[in-house]
Design a protein around this ligand. Structure first.
Ligand SMILES: [Zn+2]
Length: 205
């Protein structure tokens, strides 16, 4: 009784594991390639793995990222983590978009380990996304987890769907932002954040 249901459960998952690679092979045929030529033999398998990694954010558990990394502290100065690089996939074309995100919050007696912020960014970036939603989700998540006085997120990105196809503009980037709490209501907080992440103030490492 104990093992049988789990065996039954495993079967569809296993078939599903194989199916992305099988579909990739079909895609190769559809674009006029020969999946049996040596260079492509393992490609469906590699593409399967790559796609699963690039969308692994669906499986990431926020609680396990945040767990044990919240600290009670009487700090009320703005915390900024800037130039967080990220790589995501546009949900309209399944092509990459990538860039940097700047994340700030104004603590209310609670801090989060700094390294957790890039992990939260990755959790949402490794999904099929829109830049606007990615920006908003990072801000909302920090707001929920930390309950700070405010959160600000700025995201600058380049989209392969614009660079390689469509308008074919290689140097145009898109900027999105999400401002909550003090970052929305208080010009001083917003200005402080913007000046801290402005290009002039960025370290050139
Ligand atoms: Zn796109």
């Amino acid at each position: 009784m104990k093992t049988k249901p789990s065996t039954v459960k495993m079967m569809p998952a296993k078939q599903d594991d194989d199916s992305i690679a099988a579909l990739m092979e079909q895609i190769l045929r559809k674009i006029g390639e020969d999946p049996s030529r040596p260079g492509l033999l393992r490609t469906p398998h590699r593409a399967d793995k790559a796609l699963r990694f690039l969308t692994s954010g669906y499986e990431t558990d926020l609680a396990s990222i945040v767990n044990g990394a919240l600290f009670q502290e009487k700090c009320d100065e703005m915390v900024v983590v800037k130039d967080i690089e990220f790589y995501s996939m546009c949900e309209h074309h399944l092509l990459p978009f990538y860039g940097t995100m700047h994340v700030a919050y104004l603590p209310d007696k609670q801090l989060i380990g700094l390294s957790k912020i890039p992990r939260i960014v990755d959790m949402f970036a490794r999904r099929l996304q829109l830049q606007e939603r990615l920006t908003q989700q990072v801000a909302e998540t920090l707001q929920q987890v930390l309950k700070p006085k405010g959160v600000g997120v700025i995201c600058e990105a380049r989209h392969f769907c614009m660079m390689m196809r469509g308008v074919q503009k290689q140097h145009s980037g898109a900027v999105t932002s999400a401002m909550m709490g003090a970052f929305r209501d208080r010009k001083a907080s917003r200005d402080e954040f913007l000046s801290l992440v402005s290009r002039d103030n960025r370290s050139s490492y």
